[in-house]
Design a protein around this ligand. Structure first.
Ligand code: PLP
Length: 386
């Protein structure tokens, strides 16, 4: 495949070579390949020890404890387990409301659609036009019938950052479970979960240079233990909450990737901030450009922009040497328009004029310069042919 400039890190990241090297030790006959539930021999015990070390490492990095970490296959599974797990266990006529936002990832929205069919009432908080959840609006919606609030930390399409600290405090005050989809923030933002009022938090490794197919659900250890009904029944792994043989190599990969991301976090964020600024300063004067979300309260890793009267699919064809997307990877296969941009109040036309550019570990200054130049040329060419 001809190498394109990769600017779609929010959809996935390549596995870091240092991560792959570690993972390779956990697959073959020469390595630690045992089933971690096989306690009768050293192969299993070694695998179990490796997993528990990884669990402690991941917990330490996000400010939790190892008892609070459940391994899953993806952020999608973690989100399903968090939301359905709470509903199956705590839903009754006294507690029937779940609050979420209109700009959540499909993993949250479709899970909410599913539980709606079970009789749960869903309240959707509308974003402000800058893409941030209005905390007063959220607080007003909470009643004594609310079971759960599920709000994302960083939006995957526009990069806006919600104040999960404050939302957690509101939920704690009202004695309501709070779930955070932190898929776009773990590995890029430091979290200290022991200091935060977050009951459940989901993420996956492939957003921070770990492998695809592995995720975490953090479940806070509280005085009144949070009990989730499992979605998968079987061998009772992960304290019976998530059955299935643990993917040792994936877990090791996730733990290694998170350590690297955490060690490089500050320096990397500073570098990416400079690159995003360079990109925005380089294109902000293109006529008809608009920014979706806001620049001030947003992740340096994601920028969502549009060019009036330029259809994004045409623009992406013109930018054939650059891998970008029109919205999230989940939306780009179907003819859906972005629900996130819709929730900002954009017209269908402006939604179809918008693109997402997301930066990451291997993005260079040179790539940003080429992207700026190519954007100018592509837009000039398209406008000439209009
Ligand atoms: N939540 C957010 C904010 C995401 O960006 C994604 C993936 O794009 C997911 C959830 C789903 O993650 P996974 O693909 O690991 O299931």
């Amino acid at each position: 495949m001809k190498k394109l400039i990769y600017l779609d890190y929010a959809s996935t990241t390549p596995v870091d070579k240092r991560v792959l090297e570690k993972m390779n030790n956990y697959l073959t006959i020469e390595g630690i390949f045992g089933n971690p539930s096989s306690y009768t021999h050293a192969y299993g015990i070694e695998a179990k020890n490796a997993i528990e070390k990884a669990r402690i490492n991941i917990a330490n990095i996000i400010g939790g404890t190892e008892e609070e970490i459940i391994f899953t296959s993806s952020a999608t599974e973690s989100i399903n387990l968090a939301i359905k797990g709470i509903i199956y266990n705590y839903f009754n006529c006294q507690k029937e409301y779940v609050i979420t936002s209109t700009s959540e990832h499909k993993a949250v929205l479709e899970t909410c659609n599913f539980i709606k069919k079970l009789g749960v009432k869903i309240i959707y908080i509308q974003n402000s036009n800058t893409g941030i959840i209005n905390l007063n609006l959220l607080e007003k919606q909470i009643t004594n019938k609310t079971i759960l609030v599920s709000i994302m930390h960083i939006n995957n399409e526009i990069g806006t950052i919600n104040d999960i600290n404050k939302i957690g405090n509101i939920c704690k005050k009202k004695n309501i479970f709070f779930h955070v989809d932190a898929t776009q923030s773990v590995g890029k933002y430091s979290l200290n979960l022991k200091e935060m009022n977050i009951d459940l938090l989901s993420f996956s490794a492939h957003k921070f240079y770990g492998p695809k197919g592995i995720g975490v659900l953090y479940i806070k250890k509280t005085k009144d233990k949070i009990i989730l009904s499992p979605l998968l029944h079987g061998g009772g792994q992960e304290k019976g909450i998530r059955s299935g043989t643990l993917a040792v190599h994936q877990i090791i990969g996730m733990s290694t990737a998170l350590s690297i991301a955490n060690d490089e976090l500050k320096k990397e964020k500073k570098r990416i901030k400079i690159l995003k600024k360079k990109l925005w300063n380089g294109i902000k004067n293109i006529s008809g450009i608009y920014l979706n979300g806001n620049l001030k309260n947003s992740s340096p890793y994601i920028i969502n922009i549009g060019f009036k009267n330029i259809f994004n699919k045409i623009l992406m064809i013109e930018l054939k040497n650059i891998a970008i997307s029109s919205s999230s990877a989940c939306n780009s296969n179907i003819h859906n328009t972005s629900h996130v941009l819709k929730s900002l109040g954009l017209t269908e036309k402006l939604i179809h004029n918008s693109i997402r550019i997301s930066l990451g570990r291997f993005t260079t200054k040179k790539e940003i310069s080429i992207t700026i130049k190519n954007l100018y040329l592509a837009i000039k060419k398209i406008r000439k042919n209009l």
